[in-house]
Design a protein around this ligand. Structure first.
Ligand code: SF4
Length: 286
């Protein structure tokens, strides 16, 4: 048995066994990524789509995703690449690109305004070795690296990639342990620790998806934004209240189709609540 220490699940895996994220396996007595360099999606996206509002606005970034995720969000918008089917596998085809090939592609996209590479779509940190091995040469070629993550990874994983990451969008999906446990199968404490550490090293923006009847109270938003505002030691000598927060609207998807989209007025109201304590609050999907 070998233990994976990437996330809160601490999967103990027998030889050949795959972890809960379906992206890490015990092979020859070592925990390794299953989908190293296997890309399920490659697109040149506006940076605002990550979403990042205060990092190179108006630019585009080569965005790539692979397969697997350590959460099980009932409403996952990317479940075809993030969550396995009932047989425990993915039916999406992938294309193999080595770190060097991906960096080359990003450089070739420069004339179209590309500033770098975004690791996104599924959860990139369940295959953090590929992020690390690509981000380093990308940096050396003057490209920017952006990570879009659910933030449920250990500080050791963060330490391995942090030197090469220029900006992150981290989900802070709600502010109760119940929501993280029951709706996401996640761990809120791990996300909070990850955010506190990440903001010290690079530009970070946060995203909260508002799901009706789950995390949509003003009290929860007040508590969440208050916690963000209170974070000390933010990159670039900034304060916690300068960390941008994106509040976005839920649409019924995947296993959560028992309710309609979030009322747009609710999103605007919660944004007002967050602005009581934060300087940069954005609304999304409205
Ligand atoms: S990253 Fe995957 S294998 Fe590792 S502990 Fe988390 S769910 Fe388990």
């Amino acid at each position: 048995m070998e233990k994976c220490e990437v996330c809160f699940r601490h999967c103990e895996l027998r030889e050949g066994q795959v972890g809960a994220c379906r992206a890490r396996v015990n092979r020859e007595g070592r925990i390794r990524p299953v989908y190293y360099g296997e890309l399920s999606s490659v697109a040149l996206d506006p940076i605002e789509k990550k979403p990042l509002a205060r990092f190179h606005p108006g630019s585009v970034i080569l965005s790539v995703g692979s397969l697997g995720c350590n959460l099980r969000c009932l409403f996952c918008q990317n479940h075809e690449i993030a969550q396995p089917d009932s047989k425990g596998s993915f039916s999406i085809p992938t294309e193999h690109l080595s770190p060097e090939e991906l960096v080359d592609l990003a450089l070739r996209c420069r004339p179209r305004g590309n500033i770098g590479i975004a690791y996104t779509y599924n959860e990139p940190l369940v295959g953090y070795e590929y992020v690390r091995d690509t981000a380093k040469p990308a940096h050396e070629k003057g490209l920017r690296n952006v990570l879009v993550t659910n933030g449920t990874a250990s500080l050791q994983v963060l330490a391995e990639i942090a030197p090469y990451i220029d900006a992150m969008n981290i989900d802070l999906k709600g502010f109760t342990d119940r929501y993280y446990r029951e709706i996401l199968q996640g761990d809120r404490r791990m996300v909070m620790e990850f955010i506190r550490e990440a903001v010290q090293g690079c530009h970070v923006e946060l995203t909260t998806l508002i799901v009706p009847r789950e995390n949509d109270s003003e009290a929860e938003m007040r508590e969440l934004s208050g916690w963000v505002a209170g974070i000390r030691h933010v990159h670039g000598g900034k304060q916690g209240k300068e960390i941008p927060l994106h509040i976005s609207r839920f649409f019924p998807r995947h296993r959560m189709t028992d309710r309609g989209p979030t009322d747009v007025r609710k999103i605007y109201r919660l944004a007002e609540v967050a602005r009581e304590q934060l300087d940069y609050v954005y609304t999304g999907n409205c």
